[in-house]
Design a protein around this ligand. Structure first.
Ligand code: ADP
Length: 485
């Protein structure tokens, strides 16, 4: 068993996840180093890290410039790099370059990063180890003739996806044969534009399935455990908005089967580090693999809340060569947790991103509330990155208790200066279908036009209270009264 203690980590990321990794480092007694772009001078994580190094020039390219990042890691004498999510986290080349430079890449082996970065190769590999697939293609398609024939064989509706993509880009749902050609062309064009490769694949499109994903933790010695599932069915444009652990409506039988299939597959493939296997579950409880993510997920805190296991610390310890300290039977899940992605975007204007200055920020707190956020009063949200400025995670012993906490915590949350999606979250947690756990990937689309996004609960009360307090202050000032404390 080869172990190497890590004493200093470079975090090749920004925002809330950089802050999250700094916190894990501090608790483990590891020094943290961040690199930051010109746009992130005011980033709170830059202040919290032990050391920081600017990367000037284009603010997005800064976080992708891996030669620069590796040379800074060497200069700062870091023994490891944590990539977070996004940016370089799914670059096999970067993972390999770290290793070649004698730096530990905190994540899976480069070969697994490469395998699962290729959606079709990962389908082939996962099928071989017993994971169920949707009807569809395993080979990249690069001409319309083949594509049309395959779509007809699968049967409409079908979904076209970019082979080397993600984030919903290059994805098209095709309801009928006569629409296929046009959709195929626009999907390949978009894939080419975003990912530099136009290849696509086709699979059966399920109507309103649930998105269920399994959290895996595996060490270097073949010990593989799962940390339960997350239900990420509340999505807008195929992007997650709210994530829940465990799923409020999943039969025990399917749950067990998902756990069994997922851990077995990861064991057989020799996977190490944390990872997430994503599935779609149809109305009859059949489940199908869609993709595997070889990094920490945005929504990892809900799993931490119900399992009590710190996933970032575990990733670091696995990278150090530590064997897993717990067996599957020792992992106990407790209660429920819900994560709300807090985005600077305007729900009233079709969710257009709304970067800008936060003029007032009052965070929620109290029992069962966790906030992973980079926001604060006077924070200027840069326009160069995605619109997520934090995550609110609530947890409770029962689903009902957790929903009530979510309602209360969202009502407490005040962000002024820029529009956010908090009013949307407040509506969702009061919606009866949400309360009943009736969720699928069509949920938000159906609900959006029934929600009143003007309604901002409790804020009227708060404003009235502020006015009352201001009135009292004015009287005190006018009469030159002394206030006794
Ligand atoms: P990306 O990597 O672009 O995020 P995924 O394959 O992970 O794409 O899918 C994202 C979301 O798109 C899923 O959670 C689901 O809502 C929808 N989706 C993907 N594939 C299908 C499918 N075959 N049928 C129905 N919905 C799908």
């Amino acid at each position: 068993m080869e172990t190497k203690k890590i004493s200093k980590i470079l975090i090749a990321n920004r925002g809330e996840i950089a802050l999250r990794i700094i916190r894990a480092c501090k608790e483990l007694g590891i020094k943290s180093v961040v690199v930051f772009s010109e746009s992130d001078l005011n980033g709170v994580w830059v202040r919290k890290a032990d050391e920081c190094y600017p990367i000037l020039g284009d603010p997005v390219a800064a976080y992708l410039d891996y030669e620069r990042i590796i040379s800074l890691a060497k200069k700062a004498e870091c023994d490891a790099i944590h990539p977070g999510y996004g940016f370089l986290s799914e670059s096999a080349e970067f993972a390999q370059a770290c290793i070649d430079n004698g730096i530990i890449f905190i994540g899976p082996k480069p070969e697994h990063v490469a395998l699962f970065g290729d959606k079709m190769a990962s389908k082939v590999a996962m099928r071989e180890v017993g994971v169920p697939m949707l009807p569809g293609t395993d080979e990249p398609i690069d001409n319309i003739g083949d594509a049309e024939k395959i779509a007809a064989d699968i049967g409409f509706p079908v979904i076209i996806k970019a082979a080397f993509g993600g984030g919903g880009r290059g994805m098209r749902i095709v309801e009928k044969a006569s629409d296929f050609k046009e959709m195929y062309e626009s999907a390949t064009k978009e894939a080419q534009r975003f990912f530099g490769r136009g290849e696509v694949f086709i699979e059966k499109y399920l109507k309103n399935p649930r998105h269920i994903e399994i959290q895996i933790v595996a060490d270097k010695y073949g010990n593989v455990v799962h940390l339960g599932e997350r239900d990420c069915s509340i999505q807008r444009r195929h992007q997650k908005v709210i994530e829940i652990a465990p799923s409020p409506r999943l039969s025990e039988k399917v749950r067990r089967e998902l756990y069994r299939v997922s851990t077995k597959a990861m064991f057989k493939l020799g996977y190490e580090s944390v990872g997430t296997i994503e599935y779609l579950v149809d109305a009859e409880d059949n489940f199908y693999f869609i993709e595997m993510n070889t990094r920490v997920q945005v929504e990892h805190p809900v799993t931490e809340a119900i399992s009590g296991i710190d996933l970032i610390q575990r990733m670091i310890q696995i990278a150090e060569g530590d064997p897993l300290k717990f067996l599957q039977e020792e992992i106990k899940f407790r209660g429920y947790a819900i994560e709300f992605r807090i985005n600077a975007e305007n729900p009233k204007l079709n969710f257009v991103p709304s970067p800008g200055l936060i003029t007032n920020y009052l965070s929620p707190g109290g029992p069962g509330v966790r906030l992973d956020s980079m926001a604060y009063t006077n924070y200027q949200i840069p326009s160069n990155y995605d619109s997520m400025i934090g995550k609110l995670i609530v947890s409770g012993l029962t689903w009902e208790d957790t929903v009530r906490k979510a309602q209360r915590a969202l009502d407490e949350f005040l962000i002024e200066g820029v529009p956010t999606n908090i009013p949307l979250h407040r509506q969702i947690v009061r919606d009866q279908d949400f309360i009943d756990g009736k969720l699928d990937t069509g949920y938000l689309d159906t609900k959006l036009n029934t929600f009143n996004l003007e309604a901002i609960h409790n804020m009227d009360d708060e404003e009235a209270k502020m006015k009352q307090i201001q009135g009292i202050i004015n009287v005190i000032k006018a009469n030159n009264l002394n206030v006794r404390h």
